[in-house]
Design a protein around this ligand. Structure first.
Ligand code: NAG
Ligand code: NAG
Ligand code: ZN
Length: 438
């Protein structure tokens, strides 16, 4: 009889508990991820107040210190800190961005800010991969480490920055050169990466830098019927051919499988301009005195900008052929000490080995490190000479950054937390290398 009553009581309690749960959403890593995803931070009008208040709540519940900075009004960034036992050592920074690109809701299976979770565990939302997953995983990993009694040797900082998707000019670019950043004494940074279709994690150690090149040839004008040497178009065409040959040698390396797309220099013509076209039977029989061409160039970090400029100066737009040029460098290739802007991925960089071992300790495997074809905020930190790896732990996942139906599977998200636990644990416990190593 007594047993029966106990069972009844247990049953009633379960029903009561269950009905409570269904009324107020449970609080789990997945539901916290969903809550973060439901905050619309898409351009052109990202709401930065809402995600920051969400993150500050989370951080406070974990006992992290929080600091909000506004370099530009209405564009705040948030820094969370877990103090280490030796705060004098260079710290570890985990970065993510608050904003996302827009989403065309009518092209999606589920509304892009619903964070709908399907029966097979797919969580659909703009930002699910890029990069709200890592923003929440950092915190969940810290939570788990804390609950296991772990305490870091080095300070661990987590930053959430605005405006990455539109160039980071009012976000990380300003933060990286600020006194606030300097105070953090960052020795190593992890920033966003990309999903991997296979079962090896992708990791990025550099990015390509875009340049725009305009070349211009001058020559004596002449009658359309006259044959003479060194006209403007002739001089320009010599360069166009040389550049086309160079482009071919680069592209051939990709076609032959000797280099990845992002490891070669790409140079593509984006405009050609010379002369006056014939119109309405009105024939222009004058050879032009000016001819121009414009190129989009993407330089991988190992490309030496000085060597490349010399090539332009001596071969592609030499003054001896009456040519001139201008370059718009939309990014730097060398830091203030003249070093190429990429992170070492060999034994000279102790952070690399620690990172690699930490990922492997979770049963994961890293793919061959890559150069990212696009750009992220990581470039602003690498420019300071601080080593940065781009890493988002998503394997067996289609690459859906900026695409319709961006999603991440719950199991992949949960595994990522475990991977960051291992990474944070290992990096923040590293005793050596008190100097910054690039
Ligand atoms: C941003 O979101 C918060 C919380 O949902 C809301 O109170 C606020 O009005 C929003 N701000 C703007 C500018 O939409
Ligand atoms: C450059 O311009 C000068 C002056 O017009 C001309 O004498 C010379 O032949 C030109 N050289 C070339 C290579 O176009
Ligand atoms: Zn991103």
């Amino acid at each position: 009889m007594a047993t029966f009553r106990l069972y009844t009581l247990f049953f009633l309690c379960s029903v009561f508990f269950f009905s409570l749960q269904s009324h107020s959403e449970e609080d789990t890593p997945i539901t916290r991820f969903q809550r973060y995803l439901r905050i619309n931070t898409a351009h052109p009008n990202p709401n930065y107040t809402a995600p920051i208040s969400f993150l500050v709540d989370q951080a406070r519940s974990l006992g992290l210190t929080t600091r909000t900075i506004e370099f530009v009004k209405g564009k705040p960034l948030l820094i969370l800190t877990w103090l280490g036992s030796n705060p004098k050592l260079p710290s570890i920074l985990f970065n993510s961005h608050l904003d996302s690109v827009p989403a065309e809701a009518d092209k999606w299976l589920h509304p892009p800010f619903s964070a709908h979770r399907t029966d097979d565990g797919r969580i659909y939302a703009r930002g699910a991969q890029d990069d709200k997953c890592i923003g929440v995983q950092y915190l969940e990993a810290i939570k788990n480490l804390k609950s296991r009694g772990f305490s870091p040797l080095r300070n661990v900082h987590v930053s959430y920055v605005p405006e990455e998707e539109i160039g980071g000019f009012d976000g990380m670019e300003m933060f990286a050169v600020s006194s606030e950043f300097k105070e953090l004494n960052v020795g190593f940074t992890i920033d966003e990466g990309q999903a991997s279709r296979g079962d090896e994690y992708r990791v990025f150690y550099g990015e390509r830098t875009p340049w725009s090149l305009d070349i211009r040839a001058e020559g004596i004008p002449g009658h359309g019927a006259k044959l003479y040497d060194n006209g403007a178009t002739e001089n320009l065409m010599k360069s166009v051919e040389l550049i086309a040959k160079f482009r071919e040698t680069q592209f051939d390396m990709v076609k032959a499988g000797k280099a990845a797309y992002s490891e070669i220099i790409s140079i593509n013509p984006v405009y050609l301009k010379a002369g006056t076209p014939s119109t309405n039977g009105f024939v222009m029989n004058m050879q032009p005195s000016v001819a121009e061409a414009g190129y989009d160039i993407r330089l991988p970090p190992m490309a030496d900008p000085d060597v490349f400029k010399k090539r332009i100066d001596e071969e592609w737009a030499p003054s001896i052929r009456n040519m001139s040029y201008s370059i718009l460098e939309r990014g730097k290739l060398k830091d203030h000490l003249g070093r190429l802007i990429m992170t070492s991925i060999d034994d000279s960089n102790p952070w690399w080995s620690i990172f690699k071992q930490a990922v492997e300790a979770t049963g994961g495997k890293l793919a061959k490190p890559e150069i990212l074809a696009s750009t992220t905020d990581a470039r602003y930190i690498r420019t300071l000479g601080v080593p940065v790896l781009g890493f988002s732990p998503m394997i067996n996942t289609p690459i859906l950054v900026h695409d319709h139906n961006e999603f991440l599977k719950d199991t992949v998200f949960m595994k990522g937390i475990e991977v960051y636990e291992s990474i944070i644990n290992a990096l923040s416990s590293f005793e050596g290398g008190s100097d910054q190593v690039n």
